[in-house]
Design a protein around this ligand. Sequence first.
Ligand code: ARG
Length: 698
Amino acid sequence: MKNSRASLLMCSPTFFDVQYVINPWMEGNIGKVVRSRARKQWDALYRILSDRSDVQIVDPIAGQPDMCFVANAGLKIENLFVPSLFRVPQRVPEVPVYAEWIKSRGIEIRDIPDDCTFEGEGDALFQPGKDILWAGYGVRSSLTSHRYLTEFFKCPVYSLRLVDERFYHLDTCFVPLPGGRVMYYPAAFDKRSRDLIRDHFEPSNRVEVGDEDAQHFCCNAVRIGNTLVANHASDALRRKLEGWDLEVITTDLNEFILAGGAAKCLCLLLSQDTVVPLSERKPVESPISSERLELTGHLLDSGLLNRAMDAVTGAGGSFRVEQFRAGLRHDQTSLCRLRASAPDREALNRVLKELKGHGAVVIASTTEASCQAAPANGVAPEGFYSTTIYPTDVFVNGQWVRAGKQRMDAVLVIDAGAGSVRCELIRNLRTGDRVVCGVEGIAVHTPETVRTEEAFAFMSAGVSSERRVERVVKELALEMKRIRSHGGRIVVVSGPVVIHTGGGEYLAEMIRNGYVQALLTGNALPTHDIELNMFGTSLGVDMKRGTGVPLGHQYHLRAINRIRAAGSIADAVEQGLVTGGVMFECIRNGVDFVAVGSIRDDGPLPETIMDLCEAQAAYSRAIEGAEMILMLSSMLHAIGVGNMTPAGVRLICVDINPAVVTKLADRGSVESTGIVTDVGLFLNLLAHYLGKDRDKDP
Ligand code: ARG
């Protein structure tokens, strides 16, 4: 093939005109074409080319003003022709005319399935002397068409994304040259594509053209052997190319530039400088990866769909909507199923990450979640996936498996034998545990509220203060009654402020009446609760009069000491040393309590767990199955619990300090209601609404 005379197809500009706008060059040019001038320019080009190659002609048809741009007919190699699937409807009627010409010469036609677009050689250029195809996508041709090009031509296809509408076809900004060289306009491509080109061609083998050359279509060059024919080349560019032993011929084609085309657009290569004949090539696998995804929610009103789609293209991918069901009323959600594709798996992972951030859920995974073995006890492999509070599915052995023990800041461990997946803290990993790495084969079901920017408005609306407190507490009481009536689980996380502010008696009442199934606390609450029961003080303050008592600071130590002497809080209750209060009610009513120590603790009480890992595990067991968690004035314990709680559990956080309430929301525990108020007053009010027939306001 190499030494035989090159062969080209051209189509005369008999009907050439600008009658519509399908690229930015055509804007403002409708009706401006001077056809006689176009004819002269085309004839000059024809003469240059026919002196050096065998040029064949296809006859144009009336009504198709762009038909002279025959590069967009399709792509031909040897005896195989792949016709275009135009993105632009205006040019579709050209297709059967080219097909007729091709067929009448006994050339085989293979069609690309019409779920994609492909604008022929305009977007597909072979590297001379190599069996490599460079293919453009992003404006006219779709990425997925490259997969078929790989299959049909059995050669690697490098996908380059075009990001500048003015350089809408690859042949306007990229010229593969003999000797493993290239001339191109970098600004026409996205970063990944530029990197790909730079990785492929050594600096000494590439020429990056500037704006002036590019805008005058220097890259829209036809190459015959070592001759390049183009509308324009600056002196510097010409010298560079001549240094590579190329002959550069320029010929004025400005009439065609009115329609956004020049030399290369006006030709289709009928012969290619490839190496191995098609019949001797082995199949090549395309690196293009895709995944089917589903997005639901207020996709239209919230602008979520737009943002998601921008995210896909921004990450170098493309998408195709396969199904769309719009919510018809304001309160109805929409559903969108789409196929997201990217030039390779790595790029697809970036796309998926973006989309998942917008709440998309993978519905058909083609890839298993990838895992690596934990290298040591308590150590995760470097690329581990870190969990969120939201329900998470993992694609294992060809199916989706819901992860157990969902919590944030954990890793996913696959138990292949049991076919199950669980969230596990890094410190609890055993050497060899199979830990999920990367984001492939993971579907996270986020509620819509966390995806939209409005979510933040929603969350702050969830922080109530002043007048709204009464209404919120009343609703809370109703919710707690509902949970109690079906035997559900309510967990209270509480700090000692509850006792200091006089809320102890109300909390005790709630425990007595079955509204609390577990109490999670530190060392201080039990201490001051017992101090109050024994001495009438909380940290030395007389709770009846609200004033400090002389030498009052010692009472909490005396309380601790008595409990230590008795053996435990339960023993003290048994022995009649503790006769009322929060801890008394817990013991009497068999309510689990977990007390967790800290560096500042006195004592501690015998029950207080001083080992933090053990304490976290005990907390985590206690919240299992909880429907509601009430967090009362304890920042550290509240955040700790927030971190181990899966989404879907009502979190109520009460604190006088708005920062604490906000902090909890910021940790990603967004299903929280924050109430900014004095916790003693809050408990008083809550106990009031929880009391019999007390749904009236106080
Ligand atoms: N007006 C034509 C279009 O927008 C120009 C085609 C140029 N062809 C090319 N291979 N770049 O389709």
